[in-house]
Design a protein around this ligand. Sequence first.
Ligand code: NIG
Ligand code: FE
Length: 415
Amino acid sequence: MKKYTLIGPFKQILTMAGLPLKGALSDEQLPILENGGIIMVDEKIHAVGSYPEIQTEANRLNAENIHIQTNMVCLPGLIDAHTHICFGGSRANDYALRNSGKTYLEIAKAGGGIWDTVTETRKAATSSLIAGVKTRADRHLTRGVTTIEVKSGYGLSVQEELKMLRAIALANEQCQSDLIPTCLAAHMVPKDYNGTADDYLLEISTSLFPILKKENLSHRIDAFVEEGAFSPASIAAYFDMAKAMGFDITVHADQFSTGGSAVAVKYDAISADHLEASTEKEIQLLAKSNVVATALPGASMGLGCNYAPARRLLDAGAALAIASDWNPGSAPMGNLLVQAAVLGSFEKLTNTEVLSGITFRAATALNLKDRGTLKTGLLADLVAFPTNDYREIFYQQGMMPPSLVCKKGKLVMDI
Ligand code: NIG
Ligand code: FE
């Protein structure tokens, strides 16, 4: 038996439906449904429409009723398309050192940075990794984030990467949000590896990739293309293998130096993330491609550096997603909405561009076609904020907590 539930009336529903994937968006383009309601059927959306009309349909279907008594604005559940929330330890020391003048790369060279988290993550029991992921994912859920990409990349050996990806899979079973796992074994060359960078990548691609397939642990392969991590030349064979095996590609690109975005375009990656160092050349390259450009304002805030050129990317015609990059090193804050709102203010993005970046454009950055807008047949992932004007959400710079979060048709938070 199908279970139908009517939820509403909402003062405004921002369906995000019908907007283009690429390019600049004005707030006049934002479809706003006033006094709307949504009928959910099991995990999915059955219908979205004006409340009186939808009520008639709900009666016909014998739907349960979640009646909203106060003014609320409803939008698709938020999607965080880039995080590293599976890790052990803390990098408070790095953060303090950075703020005393040391650079991210200097700290990494001195034994801090990513390697420090690798050491702590390897020491951590699977159960404590799961608990950490769950705590962070639950915190995201209370802020309206219903889908979270989670990378490995702090294991850096076949066994340790497997430990992380299995922990992420187990955490996914315990979380109400969806966790989308990504293999980031190419985060850096492990300091204890007995061989060259090429040897390491070859071992990962030949030994780990088949297990990822067999155990269905991830269908996404990421690499940090950067000085001190992997060069465009060294990552080529790795991505060739990943593509040949049918994995989606995503790249940590142009964070401190350029080169990564060209790799992303060459490999027809789903997304190129970071882009703080991108110049006009990279902007044009991305804009002409199908690669989603993902800005990570949380990393700019954590490192105290410039934001990705989001305005110029959009004006050039790129698809822009915005993600938190939540990780223990460069982006410890982990508040997607605040970061997206602040990026909007620094980069002069319209509310519609910011909202698109954390909903349907973020879904595209994960190659997910079943979410990101509110329309019939897609997942019933919703978030509603206690206001009668959606612009308040950004005016309050992402600090307004949602009143209600629905994941796959189930009320997971209601205050
Ligand atoms: O996206 N840039 C590389 N990786 C992460 C940082 C990971 C870390 O510092 O632990 C990032 O910023
Ligand atoms: Fe990252």
